[in-house]
Write a protein that binds this ligand. Structure first.
Ligand SMILES: Nc1ncnc2c1ncn2[C@@H]1O[C@H](COP(=O)(O)OP(=O)(O)OP(=O)(O)O)[C@@H](O)[C@H]1O
Ligand SMILES: [Zn+2]
Length: 662
């Protein structure tokens, strides 16, 4: 660089604009690219990240302001970090500045600068494991096969529930750590981290590893993030946000439970952490492992067509443990349920029971049997849920709370009734069946307090609980050896959804919840309440035929022309005034039709599934592309046109690539 010319830096800011901003920075050098800066913005200040140094600017020199501070207290983003961020910004059509600032831990985005926490919380100590269990034959051959390819490859491990996928990951992780490379282990749920933290700490008592998730305090999260960036931390265990952690020596990524929807960010930068992890592995030329008992059809298709390498674990790992026995039973309107006997038998053997119902609260409907009035949310297009203990009606979408009606607001009838069951009612019912059993309800209401999941988990493992009543929070990847009976209530509620992914999701959910039963020596039983025992999802489940099910679903998707046989993007728009939403989407559709593109199909604007939320009307427009590349070309120019539309200024809109909910 010419030493005479004033140094100008291009700074990326957290603004919805596709460009950076120029500032003078007399003392900046090339080393500062990727560092955080404080800059003046309007009457205030903002934190940004230096993207580049330049000689000249297109702005008039006297308009360019001076950078207030370049923070050199932490390392800059490196070329690999930029590579991932640039991919992310261009693939999701999200401004680079917003992408970069979204990925920084919040404590590094403060205009006050970064102060490390005064006290560092010491990681909990666990008794170290004498030695890892010897891998069984099937596990060993998966490990061998994966080790043969040190370069980029996507490995899909399809392992039945309890087949010991985690031990396979650990074995591979050990090899990668020995080679001096860092490891990223992604899990879908913050609830799963205590279980894995414990396993990691026992396996490698001297390893410097960190966990990153939204439950870690701001400062602590930034501190840990920095230990990863400097290379001090050798392993990062985290939820989706951890996919962006700078890891200069990264050599392996594991995505556990790759089918989980929580890998998809649903607001702001709407990325899929699983997909970005694959991109990251390709950029870094190292292997990535996806593991699941119920892979997504996208991954399954890639495995079937040879793009991913498929590995199987067909049996449970604990010697003697086998897959649970499944029984379908009709829902009883009155009297004892069909599973009452087996419930008592299980409890009398001193084993644990999980009762699964995917609905929290007491009852989903409050209605008047006299005039038919129902309690609905005034701000959303849903009914209000009855919470009996707090005597409230609550909206599970916008958080609205009302006092439970004593009488019908429409006709004055004082005998109001509820319909359907939620976790609280099931808990009450079970207390009547088994008055002496110790019950624990686990849903987002009972787990609202910090640390409550960890306590609950220890109670379960210590066998201070006989019956667990819970929602999907309990389904994922947990390992409770004394649990031998799983009861699924009201499975039918999702059999008739219109989403093309409904069958895939229901199958995964039922198989995963069933998979919590009988993981150790105790034989497992699963009872599913349904009035449709002939439904294809249930038939496949009964036969433990996951591969057939996936193949059949793939054939259906191909026939219907849904992903993974094409690619989707959704333009979502919302506003208080429904007219503004439809005008914008109609103009957007016209632009799209004019632009067109090879294999691009533009649908009509329609109301979203939740058509009104917190007073906002929500509509969407689906775009389908036969090829990923041509869809990307189309979206890139379309999004520019959308930004220029006047009708888009007074509403919220967002373009989502590869949506999981349509
Ligand atoms: N080789 C082995 N010998 C004995 N026990 C094993 C072996 N491998 C794993 N296990 C045990 O089997 C149980 C299930 O393992 P793990 O939790 O890894 O299964 P998983 O495949 O991840 O299951 P899920 O998909 O249901 O989460 C654990 O208790 C684990 O300690
Ligand atoms: Zn609401």
């Amino acid at each position: 660089m010419d030493l005479q010319s004033p140094v100008i830096v291009e700074v990326l800011l957290d603004l919805p604009l596709p460009r950076g901003f120029d500032y003078h920075a007399a003392l900046a050098t090339e080393e500062d690219v990727g560092r955080r800066v404080k800059v003046p913005w309007g009457t205030g200040q903002k934190v940004g990240v230096i993207r580049a140094l330049k000689h000249t600017s297109t702005y008039p020199a006297d308009k360019i302001k001076e950078v207030l501070e370049i923070w050199r207290d932490v390392p800059p983003l490196n070329a690999r970090d930029w590579q991932l961020l640039e991919f992310c910004s261009s693939y999701y059509h999200y401004p680079l500045g917003q992408t970069v600032l979204a990925m920084l831990p919040p404590a590094l985005r403060r205009v006050g600068g970064w102060q490390p926490p005064r006290r560092v919380r010491q990681p909990r100590k666990y008794p170290s494991q004498s030695s890892a269990p010897p891998l069984n034959e099937a596990q060993r051959s998966v490990v061998q096969a994966i080790l043969q390819q040190p370069n980029f490859a996507v490995h899909l491990i399809h392992g039945v529930t309890g087949s010991g996928k985690t031990e396979v990951y650990f074995s591979l992780i050990e090899k990668v750590l020995e080679r001096g490379r860092q490891v990223l282990l992604l899990v879908p749920e913050i609830n799963l981290t205590p279980q894995l933290e414990q396993r990691l700490a026992r396996r490698w008592p001297n390893l410097n590893w960190i966990s990153l998730h939204s439950g870690v305090s701001e400062k602590e999260r930034a501190r840990r993030w920095l230990t990863a960036q400097t290379g001090a931390a050798r392993l990062v265990l985290g939820t989706r946000l951890a996919v962006f952690t700078p890891l200069p020596e990264l050599g392996l990524i594991v995505v556990d439970e790759e089918h989980e929807a929580s890998f998809k960010q649903q607001d702001g930068l709407r990325y899929s952490a699983r997909d970005l992890a694959i991109v990251r592995a390709r950029q870094g030329e190292f292997p990535i492992i996806l593991g699941s008992a119920t892979p997504t059809l996208e991954s399954w298709h890639n495995a079937r067509t040879g793009r991913y390498q498929l590995h199987h674990l067909r049996e449970r790992a604990v010697p003697g443990a086998c897959l649970p026995q499944l029984t379908l039973a009709p829902t009883m309107q009155e009297g004892l349920p069909h599973w009452a006997t087996v419930l008592h038998e299980t409890l009398s053997r001193g084993e644990q029971v999980l009762v699964f119902i995917n609905r929290r609260g007491y009852a989903p409907v409050l209605y008047c049997p006299n005039c038919g009035w129902q309690a609905a949310c005034p701000r959303c297009s849903v009914r209000l849920v009855v919470h009996r203990r707090t005597r409230q009606l609550r909206c599970h979408h916008c958080g609205l709370e009302q006092v439970l009606h004593e009488s019908c607001p429409s006709c004055g009838n004082v005998h109001m009734e509820t319909r359907g069951e939620g976790t609280q009612q099931v808990e009450e019912r079970l207390r009547n069946y088994c008055p002496s059993a110790r019950l624990l309800r686990l849903d987002s209401d009972s787990l609202a307090l910090k640390g409550s999941w960890e306590r609950a988990r220890e109670q379960i493992l210590d066998h201070q609980v006989d019956i667990l009543v819970g929602t999907q929070l309990l389904v994922k990847g947990h390992d409770f050896p004394d649990l031998s009976l799983v009861v699924v209530l009201n499975a039918d509620q999702s059999l008739f959804s219109s989403d093309f992914r409904a069958s895939e999701r229901l199958y995964a959910q039922l198989l995963q919840v069933a998979g919590r039963a009988g993981r150790a020596e105790k034989a497992g039983q699963v009872w599913i309440e349904t009035d449709y025992p002939g439904h294809p999802v249930l038939l496949a489940l009964m036969q433990h035929e996951t591969e057939n099910f996936l193949d059949q679903e793939l054939a259906l998707r191909r026939q219907m022309g849904w992903p993974p046989f094409n690619y989707l993007a959704i333009l979502r728009a919302e506003a208080r005034d429904v007219g503004k939403v439809t005008v914008f989407l109609e103009e957007a559709r016209q632009k799209a039709l004019t632009r067109g593109g090879e294999g691009i199909c533009i649908f009509d604007p329609v109301p979203s599934t939740l058509a009104r939320k917190a007073g906002f009307h929500r509509w969407q427009l689906l775009v389908q592309g036969a090829h990923r590349a041509s869809l990307q070309v189309f979206l890139a120019s379309w999004v520019d046109e959308l930004r220029a539309l006047r009708s888009g200024r007074s509403i919220h809109w967002v373009l989502e690539v590869d949506p999981w909910d349509c």
